[in-house]
Design a protein around this ligand. Structure first.
Ligand SMILES: *Cc1c(COP(=O)(O)O)cnc(C)c1O
Length: 420
């Protein structure tokens, strides 16, 4: 469910006409629907109403401060994977006691900042990280609350590059080592063992791998308790997929919730979730203008003014995004296009062999479902300025990240005196 719809053949974000917005802002840009963000976080929270839960939005999906502020106002916490994301979450008003810190490479400086802030939990991904947490917990006189991220060796996720819970993946600690690590951690004074954590992948459209992994986690909790280890939290990560308009249709959050309640009810633990894509993905689109319609020898290319540096998902994950004309012409001829950007890389594409209405230069198209892992993964490759982000609320809109000037883009660079 989202709030991007046609009215009189023009695509709207809530009550804002995207053709008019493109005129005002200049393309390309991202636009997010506040009502959709609020709806998605609400659906998730409602699915677990009555249970002891913390919904820690995965900041890496879309880390814009305004987006974080909206989710904070809905009661969400945050799952952060860097000191920068921690800083953003705190700045957006997310209380530290609702923040969990994941990631395989937390540095001393990042751990210190999170300990000083008083976050809810560190998700520990290795034994050397455990040692670092213990050392810093002692040094600061604040034991670090921890859960081990355990690797259940379950294959899941919409693409090889977004599966994280297999033996071969860099994430988490090996299943067969978990009990020994918990025993080590319990003997440490700089950490406080709180729970078990897992996150098996992203864009998962089937409940089966979740069920397998969650049942394994429940079994581990029973084993740990038998070892005398008090486990009061279970962090189930994120990973629930969204409909991208093609490919598998993910289960509804209600079905996902029913499965989780079935598996975890006997455990009596606080449940922590780290949804990212399912909150932000369908709450945003990228609007880009057609520059040229190039009739190549073998293919016809719709060359647009956004590139893979602005939205890398098709290049990185072979991801499908629906592409819709901002102004729909019901009489338009259907054409098979490769929709590509201007970046000098063959992987700079948004769609290949896609049947679309013939779209003349100057017209805009919307790349749909681009609210998660879009702006957050953007770069300035080819010296292209980061594109603006716009938030819509009813008939209001605001630029929540403006397009930098070229001077701003160069501001951090310097040429040494000897080059003058
Ligand atoms: C990326 C990530 C998430 C969010 O995944 P989604 O598929 O966007 O829900 C949650 N937890 C961790 C540890 C992650 O790395």
């Amino acid at each position: 469910m989202h709030h991007f719809e046609y009215r009189n053949n023009t695509l709207y974000a809530e009550d804002v006409d995207l053709a008019a917005l493109a005129q005002e802002i200049g393309t390309p840009f991202y636009v997010y629907s506040e009502a959709t963000l609020r709806r998605h976080i609400g659906v998730f929270a409602k699915a677990f109403a009555g249970a002891d839960t913390l919904v820690a939005y995965s900041v890496k999906a879309n880390s814009n401060l305004a987006v974080l502020k909206i989710l904070a106002s809905e009661g969400a916490g945050a799952d952060v994977v860097s000191g920068g994301e921690l800083m953003r979450a705190l700045k957006a008003g997310i209380p530290p006691e609702k923040i969990v810190f994941s990631g395989v490479g937390k540095t001393d400086a990042e751990i210190k900042a999170a300990l000083e802030a008083g976050i809810h939990q560190f998700n520990v991904e290795s034994e050397p990280e455990l040692d670092a947490l213990n050392r810093l917990g002692i040094a600061l006189g604040r034991p670090a609350p921890i859960a081990f991220r355990v690797n259940p060796d379950v294959a899941a996720g919409g693409h090889d590059k977004i599966s994280t819970g297999r033996k071969e993946d860099k994430f988490g600690v090996a299943w067969h080592e978990a009990r020994a690590l918990y025993a080590r951690a319990r003997a440490m004074t700089g950490v406080a063992v709180k729970g078990v954590d897992l996150h098996i992948g992203s864009q998962i459209t089937d409940l089966a791998p979740f069920e397998t992994a969650f049942r394994k986690a429940a079994g581990l909790i029973a084993d740990l308790r038998a070892d005398g280890c008090a486990i009061e939290r279970l962090d189930l990560g994120g990973g629930l997929g969204i409909p991208y308009g093609a490919g598998a249709v993910p289960p509804h959050p209600e079905e996902y919730a029913a499965l989780i309640k079935r598996v975890t009810a006997p455990l009596g633990v606080q449940l922590i979730f780290e949804p990212g894509r399912m909150i932000a993905g369908n709450a945003g689109v990228m609007v880009t203008r057609v520059v040229y319609d190039k009739k190549g020898e073998a293919r016809r290319f719709l060359i647009v003014d956004a590139g893979m540096n602005d939205l890398i998902r098709p290049a990185l994950y072979d991801a499908h995004h629906d592409i819709l004309p901002v102004c729909r012409n019901p009489g338009a001829l259907q054409v098979v296009y490769d929709v590509v950007g201007p970046v000098c890389e063959s992987s700079d594409f948004f769609a290949k062999g896609r049947c679309l209405p013939e779209t003349p230069p100057g017209e805009s198209v919307a790349v749909m479902s681009a609210g998660a892992y879009g702006a957050a993964q953007a770069s300035e490759y080819n010296s292209r300025r980061l594109i603006p982000e716009v938030l819509v609320n009813g008939d209001k809109h605001a630029v929540i990240r403006r397009r930098p000037t070229y001077d701003e883009m160069l501001a951090l660079e310097a040429t040494p005196g000897w080059l003058d």
